[in-house]
Design a protein around this ligand. Structure first.
Ligand SMILES: [Mn+2]
Length: 392
């Protein structure tokens, strides 16, 4: 019954959000919002518990390398296909980096944009990408997790796919758990009704060129989702790696928060540093300051500023988000290898020059291409789990 109530509010919200008189309806939307939240509060714990308990568990061995991508939104190759602009970059990176280096590939949801088109059309258009998925699969190194945009694969038995489909994967790292799941479950508790959303998108939104509703998820919703999963991970002393919001997170921090945090840390280190170290720290501070300045106002407002920092509870490094593969500037991924976890950004030099002068030891050109890999963040996993245990 709770879910039926939520569905009604959701549908109301959906239609109002698409309306031209958006401003006028905003009050109604905000009046309805607390109900949705109250409802979710009761359900989210149950849902996260079930995701955690039912999860398939995989041991991470010492020389295992893992890469996590999410939110590709593979479409039919037409105007509305968000994946198109990064498709060459993604293909190259997957083939010449991750496959070559023997990585295990975890696809963490919203791989296909099935709310807008069909699996057959997607497979036909992106045949070369699926060929690469097949290669990982043949080596038993592919795990495909569903999100809200490719949930149809789970729901409909008539769609044949070659890959096992999971709700979540639990990685066991020396007895510590890393839970990988898409994350939509928090605000999308009515998965069963996905077909209604699909109907609206395919037959109403698509022909009229209306943009994707869930893609323009507002900041308030992003924060709620992140908060709930952060709290659950903290209480259970696990790390959660999600996607869905398209906002990269490392140790529960957004890019913007991370840079500010780093500047503070540098200043603290500076006091007791030797002359030689001081020179290096000064250089680092300049680079971080430049990075801070390079965020556009729009970026700060839309993507970066909403912060888990402002919460009453202590912020623990237990939430990570791999971002997405349809970003304007490139694609992001999360890697786990050699006892470390990394947030990685890939970009094409010809399309984006923002990071071309990034910290020299963290940027690498992929030979024979104009594609670059940068390590935005990295940290030792033992150190992260120690902090989670000490601070809980
Ligand atoms: Mn999603």
């Amino acid at each position: 019954m709770e879910e039926m109530g939520c569905l009604k509010i959701y549908l109301l919200y959906f239609f109002l959000a698409q309306s031209k008189k958006k401003q006028k309806y905003k009050i109604i939307i905000y009046l309805a919002a607390p109900d949705i939240l109250k409802l979710n509060n009761k359900i989210y714990l149950r849902k996260l518990n079930s995701i955690n308990k039912k999860s398939v568990e995989i041991q991470i061995k010492k020389d295992d390398k893992i890469v996590i991508f999410s939110d590709m939104h593979l479409g039919n190759g037409k105007r509305n296909d968000d994946f198109k602009k990064n498709s060459d970059l993604f293909h190259h990176v997957l083939k010449n980096y991750y496959l070559k280096k023997n990585y295990t590939l975890i696809l963490n949801g919203d791989i296909e944009e099935l709310l807008r088109t069909t699996y057959q059309k997607i497979k036909k258009r992106w045949h070369s990408i699926y060929q690469l998925f097949d290669k990982f699969n043949q080596n038993k190194k592919l795990y495909k997790i569903f999100g809200n945009h490719d949930f149809e694969l789970r729901l409909r038995k008539d769609i044949q796919t070659e890959y096992n489909l999971y709700e979540s994967i639990k990685l066991d790292y020396n007895g510590n758990k890393i839970l990988v799941f898409h994350g939509h479950q928090i605000l999308y508790i009515f998965e069963k009704f996905n077909f209604l959303v699909s109907f609206v998108l395919k037959y109403i939104a698509n022909p009229f060129g209306i943009k994707n509703y869930t893609l323009s998820m507002d900041n308030k919703k992003k924060i709620i989702l992140e908060e709930k999963i952060h709290d659950y991970s903290r209480k259970n002393e696990i790390i959660s790696i999600i996607g869905h919001t398209h906002r990269p997170l490392f140790e529960s921090l957004s890019k913007y928060d991370f840079v500010r945090f780093k500047i503070e840390e540098c200043c603290r280190k500076y006091v007791n540093a030797t002359e030689k170290q001081k020179k290096k720290i000064e250089k680092d501070i300049i680079e971080y300051k430049n990075e801070l300045v390079s965020f556009s106002k729009d970026e700060i407002k839309k993507e970066i500023k909403p912060s888990l920092y402002t919460k009453e509870n202590l912020l623990l490094p237990c939430l990570f988000n791999s971002g997405c593969c349809i970003g304007k500037r490139g694609i992001t991924s999360i890697e786990i290898s050699d006892e470390f976890i990394y947030l990685v950004h890939w970009f094409d030099k010809n399309k984006n020059k923002k990071y071309i002068n990034y910290h020299k030891n963290k940027i690498k050109k992929l030979s024979g291409s104009d594609y670059y890999r940068i390590e935005l963040n990295s940290e030792n996993l033992d150190y992260i789990f120690t902090r989670i245990k000490l601070l809980t």
